[in-house]
Design a protein around this ligand. Structure first.
Ligand code: 4AD
Ligand code: MG
Length: 432
């Protein structure tokens, strides 16, 4: 049995031939004379058919021992089968068991969320979780392709940092030998330095927020994509964002049809995600919320119900622009015509998935930046390097941060971000 292995993904290249596949038993049923093995190898699923009259007693007996999640090498002939989900079946001629799995904990019956989360290391094998991880990988590929095709350099900011980017309330503290250090909340400040060196840059890495919020949109550890662009203003920033997001969605529609189908995703909702995206100001958003009976006044930040209300009024992602400076980050550039609001935008995903992007034009004036440090009580020592960027050849520049997991949740149509990342770090969950 020393044959070269093939994968389920590639069986279409071997119609009528005998192949050998390393796989697991996802499920099994038997009619006494035929055993139907639902096999999976990570690349896909295929049904293996073992017919008693057509194999040796040995092969039949080995197949009889197989249980859910047993591992094996299977030999068989590939046959086209229009009725089967994969389009192919395998007429099994050989079974070489690696291990018979005993009492696999996740059975085809319904399990509670806590049970599944405790068994996340095994839950990942299910067709649904596999589909999500495949789409996540494709989204990442599309992100990299978009930036490669549009002249951006990938730059990696540090994870251990001496100071905060997005405010001090949700920082993870740690010791850096004798100094205090924090896990990064955002690489943005470093990406601004990189943009002054390389022009158009992006980062893609893990970020950490010690937020005590237990919502379906918040993770403690999440992955963020942060582009930063020199000589790009607020308006141009929005154009990049809508092109970027529609590129990702259309790319996933092309490459992950099967996986979207596995998830039961209504793809018509994704097909309509094309440029341009609608833009409304914060003022207008407040008006729309008040008209619909929400008790919110100018100057308050939006919560999830507010974002959902606005999103429901559009069938594409919508930009909310020009928020009050009072509750936005210290680095955002004030609107020169109206300094109480800043040149920023949040992109709100459709269908209630909430804010997926936060972005802005950055303050480029050294005096104003210094003034903001004072107002926000940010120690000038820790940020001296950041001020240098405004001192030595300052230029208008803008950038944004896309949350990967919220994007996966939206594209896959998932209730909760816990399924969007292989091993979610949630409030009160660090295992497995
Ligand atoms: O809006 P945020 O906080 O923006 C920044 O961090 C900027 N420095 C980005 C930049 O301009 N370079 O976060 C950006 C995005 C959010 O829109 C959201 O998608 C995601 O990161 N995000 C989270 N995702 C999951 N769990 C959390 N706790 C998140 N916090 C933010
Ligand atoms: Mg934000």
């Amino acid at each position: 049995m020393g044959m070269e292995l093939t994968t389920i993904r590639d069986v279409h290249k071997h119609i009528g031939q005998t192949v050998r596949i390393g796989c697991w038993v996802h499920n099994k049923r038997s009619s006494g004379k035929i055993q139907f093995l639902q096999l999976r190898d990570g690349t896909g699923f295929i049904q293996g058919v073992v017919v008693k009259n057509e194999v040796s007693q040995d092969v039949w007996d080995e197949a009889s021992k197989l249980t859910q999640e047993s591992s094996l090498y299977v030999n068989g002939t590939v046959r086209e089968d229009a009725r089967s989900q994969s389009g192919f079946e395998l007429d099994v001629s050989g079974v070489e068991i690696i291990q018979v799995a005993v009492n696999y904990p996740i059975t085809p019956k319904e399990h509670g969320v806590d049970f599944l989360m405790d068994h996340r290391h095994l839950w990942l094998r299910s067709p649904r979780q596999r589909a999500i991880m495949v789409i996540r990988a494709q989204i990442i590929r599309a992100v990299q392709q978009y930036f490669d095709e549009n002249g951006f350099y990938l730059v990696d900011p540090p994870i251990l940092t001496p100071s905060s980017c997005e405010g001090t309330t949700n920082l993870f503290h740690t010791k850096y030998f004798d100094e205090d250090a924090y896990l990064t909340q955002s690489g943005q400040l470093y990406m601004e330095a990189a943009a002054m060196a390389l022009g158009k840059v992006y980062s893609f890495g893990p970020t950490f927020r010690a937020e005590k919020s237990k919502t379906r949109r918040h993770l403690i550890e999440f992955w963020m994509i942060e582009p930063e662009m020199a000589f790009v203003d607020h308006e141009q920033n929005l154009v990049v964002q809508e092109r970027f997001i529609s590129y990702i969605v259309q790319n996933v529609l092309v490459h992950c049809r099967k996986e979207l189908e596995t998830l039961g995703r209504d793809v018509s909702k994704l097909e309509s995600v094309t440029v341009p995206f609608p833009r409304i100001t914060y003022d207008e958003a407040i008006r729309r919320l008040q008209e619909n009976g929400h008790e919110i006044t100018w100057g308050e930040d939006f919560g999830a119900p507010h974002e959902t209300e606005i999103a429901q009024q559009f069938d594409k992602p919508v930009f909310i622009t020009h928020y009050p400076a009072s509750f936005k980050a210290f680095y955002m550039k004030p609107d020169p015509n109206r300094p109480e609001v800043v040149l920023c935008a949040d992109m709100i995903a459709p269908e209630g998935y909430g804010e997926i992007i936060g972005g802005s034009q950055r303050i480029d004036d050294p005096e104003l930046m210094q003034q903001r440090f004072a107002e926000h009580e940010l120690g000038e020592d820790a940020y001296r390097w950041y001020l240098d960027l405004r001192k030595y050849g300052t230029v208008p520049h803008s950038g944004f941060g896309l949350g990967l997991e919220r994007t996966v949740a939206w594209i896959c149509g998932l209730e909760h971000v816990r399924e969007t990342i292989p091993f979610p770090r949630l409030l009160y969950r660090l295992y497995p």
